[in-house]
Design a protein around this ligand. Sequence first.
Ligand code: SER
Length: 339
Amino acid sequence: MARRPAVLITGANGEVGHGLIEALAARGDCDVVAVDLHPLAKSLRPLVVNWQAGDILDEQLMQRLVTEYEVTTLFHLAALLSTRAEYSPDIAHEVNVTGTLHLLKLAHQQSSWSGRRTKFIFPSSIAAYGIQSLEEKAALPPLKEWEQLAPTTMYGCNKVYCEHLGRYYAQHYQQLAARPSGVGVDFRSVRFPGLISAETIPSGGTSDFGPEMLHAAAKGEPYACFVRPDTTIPFMTMSDAVRALLMLHRAPEERLKQRVYNITSFSISADEFRLEVLKAFPGAEICFDPHAQRQAIVDTWPRTVDDEPARRDWGWQPEHPVEVAFAEYLVPRIAARYG
Ligand code: SER
């Protein structure tokens, strides 16, 4: 009895999951199986062939799924984000690291059955970086993938380690055993900047001040930004983030010179973010009330990253530079959303 080929998405209910499921459904060339701790959003249910509310650490749940589906690609999006992970570091480690390890094993198992490499697409983050001081942050050129990797958060540590685990599974797993060629895990990862969605509001992240500011203004609510006005990190629209995942997914493996790629769209300060929001919602009430510890986390993240390897190897280019992002994508959609 043949199993049905499918793309498995974990963390399917999250912000990236929403965008990804919609984009895959629009393409219509694969069946999607969705897993999330919480029941899948009703709007997404018609777009998938199966969804399960459950824990990625539940081996029985995951093994039951693969009795029915041959997982050809895994988009592993489930994670506790950086702020939430600081409140529950042990749980964060369990979900972010042990969960990823289990899924890498599952991907390897799938590949052994099918005789083809199983693609494993993993979102990493600028949180992988850890810059030691504001002076250094101001002076650094756009960071390359291998620079400044001493994160100060549990989430950042988890991401860096899982990047290594993925590379290990793709290139060195069972290196002392005789292995059939062409089998194994084809691990690919992008380091996302702060993501801004028009459809969903983030929760549990430390780059959330940007999207929170925008959604509050659109709802007509006041907003107190939890970082200083000068705080600068890279950002990207959710639509560009999903495009990046799909572009990386589609790239021929032989073109990929590395397994982890920086990507970025635009870097702006929290105050510049406020000014963009005010252009669209002139009456917005936005003030700054920095939270010392969350500020300290964002201060270790780079102002900008070097995404040249992604451009070179798989043609990465954002569709939404800053003006387009706000004027043509975010603002019209958010305004429509809140009426
Ligand atoms: N946006 C994430 C966070 O703030 C970082 O990847 O945790």
